[in-house]
Design a protein around this ligand. Structure first.
Ligand code: BG6
Length: 479
C-alpha cells in the first residue's frame, strides 16, 4: 500500500529506544530508498531542544561508513523536525497538530504513522490525546506500539481494551522486534518450503527443542526499571515465545497476516500455564574477578529483590504434532556470551548398527553470525567405518557475503508503512501468551521462588545442565 505518503511522528523522541533503534532504522530505510524521499519525520518529547540538538540526537547512533552515507544523513536531517510537549496536555497535541498540518502542506502526505516509543505509564494518555487532536477521518492512521503490553493477563487486557476504544486493531502495530530478525523471518521458509525438514517436524522424530537467548551485559544502571519486570517479561514471554510459536505452528492457509497469526494463536492455545516445577530461575552476582557488580549491587534495585535475571522454563504443547515434546526456553543477562539460538534435537537412531551416535540437530543461529546448520553423522574419512558427527553448514557470512542483513526495526517499520501486519503481535496472540505465563509470574512476584545466584559472566546458574537433561536434551557422545 505504498500509495500512501507518510508523516512519521515519533513520540518519545528523546528516549533511548528512539535514539538507538527508531531513528537509525528510519535512516536506513531512507538511505536505501525504501522510504518515500518526501516522508517527513517529526519528533515529539518533553525535553526542550532546538533543531540542531535534535539533529545531534537523531544522528547519535547512526553509523556512517561512506561519503554517500554522510550525504544521505544530511538529506535525511532536512526531513526531520522536533517539537517539545507534555504527554498529558491536550493543548500541546494541538500544537503538534498544527506542526503536522504545516509539514503536510509541503510534503503532500496523506497518511500518518505514530510511533510510540514511550514508557507504559503515558501510553494511554498519549493515545487519547492523539485520537482527540491528531486523528483525521479519511487519513490513514497507523500506530506502532512497543512492549511492555501490560504486566500480566489482567493488565494486558485492560490496556488492550483502553487502546481498542481509541484505535482499531487494524490501525495498531504491536512490535516484537524479534519478528523482524532475518533468521526468525526465515523460519517459515525453512519449515514449509523444504520437504526434508517439513516431513520430520513432529513428535515422532523430534525429541526436544531448545530456544536460548544469552546476553553478556547486565542491567547496567537500568536495574530499577528491569526489576519491575524480570527476565521472563523482558525476553521470554515475548521474544522467545514468538519464536516458539513459529517453530510449532501448523502451516497457514496463506501468507496473509491474519492467516499466519491465526495459526500462531492456535498453537499458543494448546499450551497450558507453565508449572512451577518446569522453571529454574537465576540472578547474577558479582563477577568472579570482582570487576562486574552483581544485580543487587545496583543501587536502583530494591534490596533483597528476588527478580530473576535468568530463567529456564519448559513448555508443552498438547496437540497432535507436539504432545510430549519439551520446548525448553532459556534466557539470561550477564552471561558468558551473546547468542540467540534455536536447537531442534531429533530422537536417537533406532537399532544397533552403529554405536555411540550423536543425535541429529537443526540449529538456527539467530544472532550473532546468522547460520543454519544440521548436525549429522558421517563416516570419518579414511580406512575403516568409524562414525563422526559433522555439520552441514549454512553460515550467512560465507554463503551470502554480498547481502546486507537488515536491522529488525527497518524491516518492521517498512512492514507497518506497507500495512502488513504479519510480523506484528495481534491482541488475541498477546492474550494467549499472557495466559501461559501469568500464574508462574504471580508465584515469582509473590517471592515464592528463590533465584539461584550465578556470577556475572558465567554460563548461568548451577543446575541448568541437569534441567535441560531432564527434558531429554543430550549432548552427543562424540561432541
Ligand atoms: C529487549 C529487552 O526487548 O530486547 C532487552 O528489553 C534486551 O533487555 C533486548 O537486551 C535484546 O534485543 P537484541 O535485538 O539486542 O537481541
Amino acid at each position: 500500500d505504498s500509495k500512501h505518503l507518510y508523516t512519521v511522528v515519533v513520540l518519545g523522541a528523546s528516549g533511548d529506544l528512539a535514539k538507538k533503534k527508531t531513528f537509525p532504522a528510519l535512516f536506513g530505510l531512507f538511505k536505501n530508498k525504501y522510504l518515500n524521499q518526501n516522508t517527513r519525520i517529526i519528533g515529539y518529547a518533553r525535553t526542550k531542544m532546538d533543531q540542531s540538538t535534535f539533529e545531534g540526537h537523531v544522528s547519535h547512533y547512526i553509523k556512517l561508513k561512506t561519503e554517500e552515507d554522510k550525504a544521505a544523513l544530511q538529506q535525511f536531517l532536512k526531513l526531520c523536525s522536533y517539537q517539545s510537549g507534555q504527554y498529558d496536555k491536550d493543548s500541546d497535541f494541538q500544537i503538534l497538530e498544527k506542526h503536522i498540518v504545516e509539514v503536510e502542506k509541503t510534503s503532500g502526505a496523506s497518511a500518518r504513522l505514530f510511533y510510540m516509543a514511550l514508557p507504559p505509564t503515558v501510553f494511554i494518555p498519549v493515545a487519547t490525546s492523539l485520537k482527540k487532536n491528531n486523528y483525521r477521518k479519511n487519513v490513514t492512521i497507523r500506530l506502532i506500539v512497543e512492549k511492555p503490553f501490560g504486566m500480566d493477563l489482567e493488565s494486558s487486557r485492560k490496556l488492550a481494551k483502553d487502546l481498542g476504544a481509541l484505535f482499531t486493531e487494524d490501525e495498531i502495530y504491536r512490535i516484537d522486534h524479534y519478528l523482524g530478525k532475518e533468521m526468525v523471518k526465515n523460519l517459515m521458509i525453512l519449515r514449509f518450503a523444504n520437504v526434508i525438514f517439513g516431513s520430520v517436524w513432529n513428535r515422532h522424530c523430534i525429541d526436544n527443542v531448545q530456544i536460548t537467548f544469552k546476553e553478556k551485559i547486565g542491567t547496567g544502571g537500568r536495574g530499577g526499571y528491569f526489576d519491575e519486570f524480570g527476565i521472563i517479561r523482558d525476553v521470554m514471554q515475548n521474544h522467545l515465545l514468538q519464536i516458539l510459536s513459529i517453530i510449532a505452528m501448523e502451516p497457514p492457509v496463506s501468507l496473509d497476516a491474519e492467516d499466519v497469526r491465526d495459526e500462531k494463536v492456535k498453537v499458543l492455545r494448546f499450551i497450558p500455564p507453565i508449572a512451577k516445577d518446569d522453571v529454574l530461575l537465576g540472578q547474577y552476582s558479582k563477577s568472579e574477578d570482582g570487576k562486574e557488580p552483581g544485580y543487587l549491587d545496583d543501587t536502583t534495585v530494591p534490596k533483597g529483590s528476588k527478580t530473576p535475571t535468568y530463567a529456564a522454563a519448559t513448555i508443552f504443547i498438547h496437540n497432535e504434532r507436539w504432545d510430549g515434546v519439551p520446548f525448553v526456553l532459556k534466557c539470561g543477562k550477564a552471561l558468558d556470551q551473546q547468542k540467540t539460538e534455536i536447537r531442534i534435537q531429533f530422537k536417537d537412531v533406532s537399532g544397533h548398527l552403529f554405536k555411540n551416535l550423536s543425535r541429529n540437530e537443526i540449529v538456527i543461529r539467530v544472532q550473532p553470525d546468522e547460520a543454519v546448520y544440521v548436525k549429522m553423522m558421517n563416516k570419518e574419512p579414511g580406512l575403516g567405518m568409524k562414525t563422526i558427527i559433522s555439520d552441514l553448514d549454512l553460515s550467512y557470512s560465507s554463503r551470502f557475503n554480498d547481502s546486507v542483513i537488515p536491522e529488525a526495526y527497518e524491516s518492521l517499520i517498512l512492514d507497518a508503512l506497507n500495512g502488513d501486519h504479519s510480523n506484528f503481535v495481534r491482541d488475541d496472540e498477546l492474550d494467549a501468551a499472557w495466559k501461559i505465563f501469568t500464574p508462574i509470574l504471580k508465584t515469582i512476584d509473590d517471592g515464592h521462588i528463590d533465584p539461584i545466584p550465578y556470577p556475572f559472566g558465567s554460563r548461568g546458574p548451577k543446575g541448568v545442565s541437569e534441567f535441560v537433561a531432564n527434558y531429554g536434551y543430550t549432548r552427543g557422545e562424540q561432541e
